[in-house]
Design a protein around this ligand. Sequence first.
Ligand SMILES: Cc1cc2nc3c(=O)[nH]c(=O)nc-3n(C[C@H](O)[C@H](O)[C@H](O)COP(=O)(O)OP(=O)(O)OC[C@H]3O[C@@H](n4cnc5c(N)ncnc54)[C@H](O)[C@@H]3O)c2cc1C
Ligand code: SF4
Length: 511
Amino acid sequence: MILRLLLGDQLNYEHSWYKEAVQDDVCYFMAEMRQETDYTKHHIQKVVGFFSSMRNFSSWLKEQGKQVVYYQLDHEKNKQDLVGNLEQIMKDNEITKFEYQLPDEYRLDMQLKEFCETLSIQFEVFDTEHFLTSRTDFANFFEGKKQYIMEYFYRDMRKKYDIMMLTKKDPEGGKWNFDHSNRKKWNGKPEIPSQKDFKKDVSKIVELIHDCEVSTIGNIDPKQFNWPTSRKECLSLLTYFCENLLVYFGDYQDAMHVEEKYLFHSRLSFAMNSKMLHPMEVITTVVEYWRDRQDEIDISQVEGFVRQILGWREYMRGMYWSQMPAYKNLNELQNTNKLPDFYWTANTKMNCLRSAIQQSLDDSYAHHIQRLMITGNYALLTMIDPDEVDQWYLGIYIDAIEWVEITNTRGMSQFADGGLVATKPYVSSGSYINKMSNYCKSCEYKVSKKHEDDACPFNALYWNFLDEKQGYFKNNQRMSMMLNLLHKMDKEKLHKLKTRANHIIANPDEY
Ligand SMILES: Cc1cc2nc3c(=O)[nH]c(=O)nc-3n(C[C@H](O)[C@H](O)[C@H](O)COP(=O)(O)OP(=O)(O)OC[C@H]3O[C@@H](n4cnc5c(N)ncnc54)[C@H](O)[C@@H]3O)c2cc1C
Ligand code: SF4
């Protein structure tokens, strides 16, 4: 009998394994395990999302006539760790060969490699057939180049997969990148279609998680679970995006709003990261939808979306595999502060942080700019230890899997990799937040004030950060304008800003 392992994020319905004729001597194994619920403290919706999707996948496999062994979290034989479970199954059954798909996380990759070294039977590793690049394509592409630049990687991917190309060399629309059109603030118009709801009853899974005393964060309404957990639901979310949101996706990609948490974002990251949707299927569906409606949907909306998936998503995965395991310990800016308690409660007077964190606790979701320019920006300005920042992002979002979480958090957002992902730190004062959102309008703090008691904390923190880290950034061309402004600043003003910043850093939960 061949034993085939399927991890919780390997729910690729289109994998070639399932296209084979039914074989009596193949058995699939899936398990809900404490090893996975406990490696960080996850949002309750994330645990439910994965368990529910795994169960649907296992039912589908059975419908295809496949043999499946599925351990729920409280299954009597569940040893709660991967190796323990595999050893037991191999002992209880006459397993002659072990097969698994390449894990996307380094820790699982190591665990399975080490496990296979102990085996006396044959084993074989297969591709997940999910990504558009191999683990090493990124390193090969950048070999000998001075710097990693996403734009070049993205252009190469467009050519390689012939996505939105006029000829082999020329992009459609005459430009590779329409990022400059993606900077609009949303002021109540255009109307945002009502969100796509799933509203499923997941009470049984929630009860199981509670009964097993799994420690989680965040909130859930067990009768109205709102994430797609089957292939059909994932496809319906994709269709919904094309028909309702794509038309303004690019324009309002960076916008934030107190009352609108999703704006025109797709919410497709969980569907893709669990592999229920293939990235190329998402890209081609969106591009084909646009192709038939070019008079209604501008190319900039579509290019912006394609770039996130064909570019950033593959780029982050490539970066991960080229840099792990060292990446996990990088802390180039030597930040050591503790993450404020309000990241777990949303109990802060700063309206932007309160909104973004409350939304994350309620929905296990925040869009990219909320993650980067609100919670990430504050963490970097207050010089939080990147280990703490990583743990928070890895736990709170339903789409958080280390390969894409750590590169975005430690790299893009916290500059802890010294600029491998980002060419300059993503930090801003309150004025950027005010420009892109309506948070400041209903905030206790005044975004226009600098160091007074009611001044926006981001303002003092921003100048303090530049002052503290100026030695590190002195040779970074992209920082020179801001550092010049810092050097020209009146000393007394800088002193006042720094005094306020230091008080905020020492007493974050007072603000
Ligand atoms: C600090 C920080 C942490 C993040 N952690 C994660 C994470 O754990 N998992 C995750 O999938 N994304 C992460 N991102 C990237 C991005 O924020 C999410 O992919 C996005 O918000 C998911 O929502 P959406 O599906 O509505 O995305 P949309 O805005 O609709 O974008 C479409 C798709 O593009 C892809 N995408 C967009 N930006 C990125 C990016 N920077 N890196 C990789 N893929 C991208 C996603 O697959 C996303 O579903 C993080 C970003 C930051 C700044
Ligand atoms: S004033 Fe400052 S703290 Fe308040 S919402 Fe605006 S940026 Fe955030």
